[in-house]
Design a protein around this ligand. Sequence first.
Ligand SMILES: Cc1cc2nc3c(=O)[nH]c(=O)nc-3n(C[C@H](O)[C@H](O)[C@H](O)COP(=O)(O)O)c2cc1C
Length: 332
Amino acid sequence: MSLSPTSSGAADRTEAPPARSLAVTLGRLSLPNPLMVASGTFGYGKEMTDFVPVGQLGAVVPKTITPLPRRGNHPWRTVETSGGLLNSIGLDNDGVEAFLDKQLPWLAACGAPVVVSIAGGTVEEFVGLAARLEGVPGIAALELNISCPNVSHGVDLASDPEMCRRVVAGVREATNLPVLAKLSPNVTSIVAIARAAADGGADAVTLVNTCLGVVVDWRRRRTMLGNGMGGLSGPAIKPIALRCVYQVRQAVDVPIVGVGGIASLDDVMEFLVTGASAVQIGTASFTDPTVAGRLLEQLPSALAEAGVSAVRDLVGTLKVPGAAAAAAPPPR
Ligand SMILES: Cc1cc2nc3c(=O)[nH]c(=O)nc-3n(C[C@H](O)[C@H](O)[C@H](O)COP(=O)(O)O)c2cc1C
């Protein structure tokens, strides 16, 4: 804590709580705090400010945009399931030009850094989108959605390390903006894909998109979702997302944004200690649209409880009891 020259001394020093630094950096991207809202789960319009102090969030990630408008998948597109939500929206969006025209003006003025989520069907389409957004005011970074399970070939670029490296490197070359690569948990080795993203020049990896699932109505002999399969999100996937953060943190030197089932301050803290420098709140905003604001308000008290004065001092401080025991000399 720094005292102003007009401070009256000892009394002030004992009464004022120590300042907690919430700021985090993800490669070249600096955020005022680690609490972001996840793509596809948060609106962009005045209605959001009724629920959340949007301008105070670490960042807003709007719904993924594609080069051209997409109608999305056949309904039903969402269904609740045990501990989560299965969705098959299919990247329904109005395309990049409509985004720049209608949505970006509000976002750019909302006060929070705006991380624009983009998706293409090919490396070239990703690169084209990045080039189109280059130099547009009001954009803090790009998040590459190479992990949408609800469009055909949506996870191809996040399933093959070389393809992942190529798309990230291509975008990296086309833009000066920081680049986040959003990865899929539906792969054999998340470490191999994260390493490829880092090799391609990603400033950070976002872990994770939804987990593939199916919900069935056996009486009618049909899947609940119009598209058959969908992406599972919410509390059910938190351990999977944490596992991805855990594995990548240990193996790859790249900042991590954790996302998957975060709904409480304990969830946020679990992701931070496991190795995420920032987190995104997704499905939880559907059941409680005020959640992101509340967690932001509560974060300093959890830092105090953890005995740290800065979020960055907490990141990756997790211990694995078995690992410590294995490293200790054997008992005599
Ligand atoms: C209805 C819905 C739509 C989503 N749309 C997108 C999207 O457009 N782009 C994207 O990268 N992720 C999208 N996601 C995935 C979320 O951003 C997030 O990665 C995932 O839901 C896991 O976090 P959660 O459990 O906190 O929701 C969507 C999720 C849901 C539930």
